[in-house]
Design a protein around this ligand. Structure first.
Ligand SMILES: Cc1ncc(COP(=O)(O)O)c(C=O)c1O
Length: 353
């Protein structure tokens, strides 16, 4: 069933949206409990939250824009740099496979997405991205680690692309960077056309709060700020931000669980003879063949994973969130039982009914 246009799998182990399977820091819940009536009855102000983020990311507060999830930041980057700037025949460059909001935001502002096909192993193709840049390129979406492959983009490639396209904005989406790789933030001062996107939805476990951050120098960030609605983060979510950043033990503990979960998923794939890609993020992409009966059989065991097969660049693939180890073990058990049924019958579809 679709609710608000989005599929809702119902109850069970949610491994289809790369959420934090362990919830959030108890300090966040305490901060939410301390919310006062006037925090709810008045429009929020963001001073403390922006300053906390600026301190955490070691940037000027003027370089920080809080958004209603990074999803909003992506859309507003397109609105600010393409629609508001009234750029006709604008193009965006999107290496594939890609997070859907990049092409969707491109289409929403009437621009053309120039899609860069992946290599067979999904290793980032900097030269192909450079070749796709034209004088009409307004926005370049780069995602590291990539959703859904988990591949990282080398910092030197990011810098090379930003320097090759000074007339374009390069949005580096680091939604999953806390799980692997390193942030481009220390190099941001050298790149006035770069925006870095971060989110509280994944490592911090605040997907339900909807808080993202776009960080960049004023020439890149101000047009995004100009189109972002003034009270885009609600008063409860605002209270969660400082508490999430202040709990310095939550994130490393969870990242360690994710690393162990990835290792167990790799081992399971090797045992089961499934192709997979080592990932720097909190998910692993696995090729299972015909996905629909497989996913239905997992769902019948209350394990929900993401079908990637409709994207022609990831045929026969699913994406499985790697979270708390205990959850991963449950998912692996379900995977093993679905596969052994499939193998013993030789007819995947029968078991999907
Ligand atoms: C690559 C990437 N960027 C951005 C987001 C958006 O995150 P949010 O809007 O929850 O902050 C996601 C969420 O799945 C993602 O996978």
């Amino acid at each position: 069933m679709k609710i608000q246009g989005y599929p809702d799998p119902g109850g069970g182990l949610r491994l289809h949206l790369n959420e934090n399977t362990g919830g959030c820091s108890p300090a966040v819940l305490d901060a939410i409990r301390r919310v006062q009536p006037e925090d709810v009855s008045t429009y929020p102000s963001y001073g403390d939250a922006v300053l906390a983020c600026a301190r955490h990311f070691d940037v000027d507060p003027e370089w920080v824009l809080l958004t209603n999830g990074l999803d909003e930041g992506i859309l507003m980057a397109a609105v600010g740099h393409i629609a508001r700037a009234k750029i006709h025949d604008a193009e965006t460059v999107i290496p594939l496979p890609a997070f859907d909001p990049y092409p969707n935001s491109t289409a929403a502002v009437g621009a053309t997405a120039v899609r860069v096909p992946p290599a067979r192993d999904y290793v980032f193709q900097a030269d192909a991205v450079l070749a796709a840049i034209t004088p009409r390129t307004t926005l370049i979406f780069l995602n590291t680690p990539n959703n859904p492959t988990g591949q990282l983009i080398p910092h030197d490639d990011l810098a090379r692309i930003a320097e090759a396209a000074p007339q374009s904005i390069v949005l580096i989406d680091e939604a999953y960077i806390e799980f692997g790789g390193t942030t481009f933030l220390p190099r941001l001062a050298r790149h006035p056309n770069v925006l870095i996107g971060r989110t509280f939805s994944k490592a911090y476990g605040l997907a339900g709060m909807r808080v993202g951050i776009v960080i960049g120098q004023p020439p890149a960030l101000d047009p995004v700020r100009a189109v972002t609605l003034p009270f885009n983060i609600n008063g409860v979510a605002r209270a969660a931000i400082g508490a999430a950043l202040a709990d310095t033990t939550f994130l490393p503990r969870y990242a360690a669980q994710v690393r162990e979960s990835r290792t167990r998923l790799y081992a399971a794939c090797r045992r089961l003879g499934l192709e997979f890609w080592e990932s720097a993020a909190n998910f692993v992409m696995v090729r299972v063949g015909e996905t629909a009966p497989f996913i239905q059989a997992l769902a019948a065991r209350k394990v929900h994973v993401r079908d990637r097969s409709k994207d022609p660049t990831t045929p026969g693939c699913i994406r499985v969130t790697a979270g708390v180890v205990e959850h991963t073990d449950a998912a692996i058990e379900a995977l093993e039982s679905v596969l052994s049924l499939r193998r013993s019958s030789g007819q995947a579809t029968r078991h999907a009914q």
